[in-house]
Design a protein around this ligand. Structure first.
Ligand code: AMP
Length: 360
């Protein structure tokens, strides 16, 4: 386990006037680099050779320096990490970075300072712990079922660590669960299916509000909201699919994102949810959920938000708003993306000599 004292030691050796912002060239990297440059930081992109051209095509979004890797495993080598330390690098861990390097590897082997609380990786990566966190937050959640025999309503069956909805299926009864599980076994290795999670399917519209918790300004900001396009569940209605067909063929692979604003009268509820999630994180794994996070919810027709998941880092839906959103314009005078907001927090922390409060 990488101890916080080790990170603090690395930070002490850093020249705070020469911090560089680094991330993997994927997910939300353009926004992160663009925002970091707006905040005056030098940027480093960790990149596969075949990806560089795409980033070079965006002069304002590309990093100033590339560190090229043939395979993502190289990121964990001591030599590669030393290169990052030499450059006073602070890593911004987005979803692809966490997935490709591995949450456990980041906790145990990655000694380069990262923005945000490392402890959160474990809390969001394990669906049982994630649900414990959300329950503690006291926000409305879908019912969960311990055993398939207990299923008494439409449920979504999820797999641990299966981000992007891989292999998810719907079932309305224990028998349907067994049938679909049999099909899933043919498609996916047993190891991926062993830990499943049965959750009530919530009917309504999905909203993915993007928050930012700032320990430096001591406030929670609602930055923007998106909705995900998921294939093929979001296309099945176009062929007039029946409920049975949707249950059999629906898949939940994210393919894109759409901007959303909610009815203004719903904003207090979103603030309540964000605040509770942060408060519970402070109680469970102080100093809690630092920086960007997303509380993935379904809004029902009674206007209740039911939360089915939390993403404890920058989500790709924020890519809709590189120049700020319909909400961030009421928070900052200048165009402020979530990527830029992360670098702004680092800047504020440097000014207050509190870098160790936001970097772990
Ligand atoms: P997740 O991996 O938990 O983010 O789920 C992937 C997708 O499955 C979501 O974006 C939703 O479209 C759908 N989904 C997950 N859980 C639920 C739920 N409890 N009720 C309705 N839809 C859900």
């Amino acid at each position: 386990m990488i101890e916080k004292s080790e990170i603090d030691e690395a930070l002490r050796r850093y020249d705070s006037r020469k911090i560089t912002v680094a991330t993997l060239c994927s997910h939300s990297a353009l926004q992160i680099f663009f925002g970091a440059k707006q905040e005056g930081f030098r940027t480093i992109g960790i990149c596969k050779p075949e990806t560089k051209k795409a980033y070079d095509s965006f002069p304002l979004g590309k990093p100033e320096e590339y560190l090229i890797v043939k395979s993502y495993d190289e990121i964990l080598s001591d030599a590669f990490q030393e290169e990052l330390l030499k450059r006073n690098a602070v890593i911004i861990p987005h979803g692809s970075f966490v997935e490709y390097v591995g949450a456990k590897n980041l906790e145990k082997k990655f000694f380069v300072p990262m923005f945000g609380n490392r402890k959160v990786l474990d809390w969001e990566g394990d669906r049982d712990k994630e649900m414990f966190w959300l329950k503690k937050a006291g926000i409305p959640l879908p019912k969960t079922f311990e055993s398939p025999e207990d299923i008494d309503r439409l449920c979504v069956i999820k797999f641990h660590g299966a981000k992007g909805g891989k292999g998810f299926f719907l079932a309305e009864s224990g028998e349907e669960f067994e049938e679909k599980m049999e099909e899933a076994r043919k498609k996916f290795p047993e190891a991926e299916l062993s830990k499943h999670f049965i959750q009530e399917y919530i009917l309504g519209v999905r909203y993915y509000p993007h928050y930012f918790y700032s320990p430096i300004l001591n406030r929670i900001e609602l930055f923007s909201i998106d909705r995900r396009d998921e294939s093929n569940i979001d296309g099945l209605h176009r062929i007039g699919a029946t409920k049975d067909e949707i249950q059999s063929f629906g898949s939940y692979v994210v393919t894109g994102n759409l901007p959303v604003v909610v009815r203004e009268s719903l904003l207090p509820k979103l603030f309540d949810i964000g605040g509770r999630v942060v408060k519970a994180s402070l109680d469970l794994f102080a100093p809690g959920m630092i920086g960007p996070f997303c509380v993935e919810s379904v809004c029902r027709d009674d206007l209740e938000f039911i939360t089915f998941e939390v993403s404890a880092r920058i989500v790709a839906g924020t890519n809709l708003y590189p120049l700020g959103s319909q909400y961030s314009c009421y928070l900052f005078e200048e165009p402020m993306s979530t990527g830029r907001r992360i670098s702004r927090e680092i800047n504020l922390a440097i000014k207050d000599k509190r870098l160790a409060d936001v970097i772990f």
